[in-house]
Design a protein around this ligand. Sequence first.
Ligand code: NAD
Length: 295
Amino acid sequence: MEARAIRSDRIRVFKGAVAIVTGGASGIGLSLAKELANRGASVVIADKNIAEAQKAAAKIAEGGRSVVAVEVDVTDYASVEKNVREVFDAEGRLDYMFNNAGIGVCGLMKDFTIDDWRKVIDVNLMGVINGVQAVYPLMLDQGFGHIVNTSSMGGLVPFPLTGSYTASKYAVVGLSKSLRVEAMDGGVRVSVVCPGVVRTPLLKGKGDSVLLYDVPEDKVEQSWKRTFPADPDRFARSVLDQVGRNKAVIIVPAWWKILWWMERSSPTLMSMLMKKQFYDVAIKDLKDYIPGFKK
Ligand code: NAD
């Protein structure tokens, strides 16, 4: 086996760091990219939507910040690997890999097609795996680095109506926690971010993210409002503060931790709460649009 390179540097938090953010053209990824750049990092926005990624990069770069946009499809390992290799070759280091790109398909599991499942698993799980596989050996070689995977509160607590999303996000939590232990001796940090609800286009169920039913947009918005969506820029500041402290599981907004604690204390109680609270309150506005919905 080849010898690992001698460690010559340490991770930079965040001034002078080099960071890739997948899905950085919109929502949470965009706010993370902005905040990383504000804190002095060189940022690569890696997104399959190159037009939006370029717009975002140009906006962030105003004021002399270092940001570029690259077209990357996280479901395609070759595309992810190429981007990582090019960044590494150009910069000579890679401090952060934010595996953030993700989509949601919302609906009762009986209404899912096998393609709905594949789409979600491909982006949310394989996308993270591709990112990890592409950067982890390089980070071990350089002797430092931080992999930050975006899961969800849906990766800690079993929300109904999001079966494929929940499955993918639980897997991301497991992968991240396992790798965190394994990576410690190599100087590589691993964190998993579990957002509560954040005000981004994903909530609209448009584009890549899909709601399986034909629900008017105002009803969807009304429904999400009940969960007090967080502002994405505030969210990103809090996440980066905790990434800087190398926290293992990062839950933002913090009040969502109550649900995680409840799930670990009593999964039975949590299932009851999910049934009552979720069906009665969270999807109150959607029920009429779900064919065959029984309550
Ligand atoms: P968003 O829809 O605003 O942004 C997602 C970005 O990912 C888009 O720019 C899109 O082009 C990109 N993308 C999608 N598929 C891709 C692919 N195959 N390759 C490369 N880029 C791709 O969504 P968001 O709300 O900012 O979500 C970001 C992450 O946060 C996701 O992993 C999501 O599951 C997670 N999350 C979001 C919320 C929330 O409330 N918004 C809650 C929990 C978790």
